[in-house]
Design a protein around this ligand. Structure first.
Ligand SMILES: [Zn+2]
Length: 479
């Protein structure tokens, strides 16, 4: 109690530096990357990232995002296969999003409203303040507490096994944002999302969605409600904002959003029965439902049929989907990517190769690049893939999946040493320095056993191995 008055209050500067917070965030991210539920789905990451970048730009314009945070934080979207509805800002600018949230929102604007709220917890340094309150705990303990709280939010049993007794109490009592912080995140988030050009009605309808789940006491599938209780103050604030809005009909479901929600739904639940249900739903759609709704159901059915390896059925449904999106360029592009994905799954990469020639030029987005790289590697054009991925990695050195694809491209050319090194770099990108070091050692063993090797490659491997060894030593000293 002696220290109670020294706790930083809302609006005070936080005690923890941005780079110290980033180190805690990195520790947490490293564990999340290893979790089997972590998913780097390029299509969904690209979709969420697109919204996130618009929100960040708006926060910058409004002076909410300081240059210090901008520079030191990771600003990375981390997707989780979890079917429950949740999004969580983590220390150091990492932003966790469950596929369940993407599946349940009806528009980009609703998704933006949740992301803007969470972004505001980050920019207003709410997380730093919570952690500063844990002043006596070392960063290792704080990271463990946050990971424990995360585990508990998905599976209460697993969570309580990880953290016992008083620690669990400490997390519940202290790592929750205060009511004032929640109201501030609502207020700042609302400003940021409207500034970014999203429809403010999305904020209202998302709130209504949460209220409805709350009424049915559905906090099991909406863990977001447990960390974000709908207090009477928040509801009153919301109503006040709503009164200032013009009364317009809610935004229509767009084809692109319908497909992204469908994708999240399928990827978060790959049980055979659910996949079969998705295929049946797509095959039996009624022409009287809206086109966007049909597009969503068909997209889900194609993806589900591909996962079930029922390729003739998938191709049939794909043809129907293609016909529906013909006049919408953005939707048609998503459907084309799905077509390449389907072709790769069916073992017919020729379709994927066309990505580079049929109107696109060189692949320009991350999902396009990755599908193209897989198709080209399979059709004997790994040299071109390696060159293109090297260029991409020069500006995206932390892209683990790009390193993995580069490793596959080297392996396809018989360049074993380079393949192992690229694999090691994928572990570095996921912050798993121990695994990376093991791969570099494997490369050095290969050099020793083979005698004659590429000297440039060998010297890069030695240098990287020394750098990673030093990172590992630093890590061991942090407590
Ligand atoms: Zn919040």
């Amino acid at each position: 109690m002696l220290y109670a008055q020294q706790l930083p209050a809302l609006g005070d500067g936080a005690d923890m530096s941005a780079s110290a917070e980033r180190r805690i965030g990195d520790r947490i991210a490293r564990e999340i990357y290893r979790d089997p539920d972590y998913i780097d789905d390029p299509v969904l990451v690209d979709y969420v990232q697109g919204i996130w970048l618009r929100l960040m730009a708006a926060a910058r314009t409004r002076g909410e995002l300081s240059p210090e945070l901008d520079e030191h934080y990771a600003w990375e979207i981390v997707l989780d296969r979890d079917r429950s509805v949740n999004a969580f800002a983590l220390p150091g600018g990492y932003m966790g999003v469950n596929l369940g949230l993407i599946a349940v929102v009806s528009s980009e604007d609703e998704l933006a409203s949740v992301l803007a709220h969470e972004l505001s917890h980050i920019t207003q340094r709410h997380i730093s303040r919570l952690m500063a309150q844990q002043g006596s705990q070392g960063p290792l303990m704080i990271a463990a507490m946050i990971l424990g709280a995360l585990a508990m939010s998905r599976d209460p049993q697993a969570g309580s096994a990880m953290i016992v007794g008083s620690q669990a109490v400490a997390i519940q009592g202290q790592l929750n944002f205060s009511r004032d912080m929640e109201r501030e995140a609502d207020r700042v988030g609302y400003g940021v999302m409207t500034q970014a050009g999203f429809d403010p009605q999305g904020f209202v309808s998302m709130f209504e969605k949460l209220q409805q789940a709350n009424r049915f006491n559905d906090t099991g599938s909406f863990p977001y409600l447990r960390s974000h209780p709908l207090t009477s103050e928040r509801i009153a604030d919301m109503q006040a904002r709503q009164q200032l809005l013009p009364q317009v009909a809610p935004a229509e479901l767009t084809m692109v959003h319908a497909m992204m929600a469908a994708r999240a739904r399928v990827l978060s639940n790959t049980a055979v029965d659910s996949l079969r249900a998705a295929v049946a739903e797509g095959a039996g759609i009624q022409a009287r439902s809206s086109t966007a709704r049909q597009v969503g159901l068909l997209y889900a059915s194609v993806l589900a049929a591909a996962k079930l390896r029922e390729f003739p059925q998938a191709k049939l449904l794909y043809g129907r989907l293609q016909a529906l999106v013909r006049d919408n360029a953005k939707a048609a592009q998503q459907v084309r990517l799905l077509g390449v994905e389907l072709a790769l799954a069916a073992g017919d990469p020729r379709l994927g190769k066309d990505l580079s020639v049929s109107g696109l030029g060189a692949p320009s987005t991350r999902p396009e690049l990755f599908l193209w790289a897989q198709a080209m590697t399979l059709t004997g054009q790994a040299v071109q893939v390696a060159q293109t991925l090297q260029t991409w990695l020069a500006s995206h050195p932390h892209d683990a999946q790009a390193w993995q694809l580069l490793s596959a491209a080297y392996a396809a050319q018989g360049q074993r040493l380079s393949a192992i090194r690229a694999d090691a770099e994928a572990y570095v990108a996921r912050l798993d320095y121990t695994a990376a070091q093991n791969r570099f050692k494997a490369a050095q063993d290969l050099i020793r056993s083979e005698g004659s090797v590429d000297h440039i490659e060998a010297s890069i491997i030695d240098t990287r191995s020394r750098q990673i060894a030093s990172l590992l030593r630093e890590q061991a000293l942090e407590r």
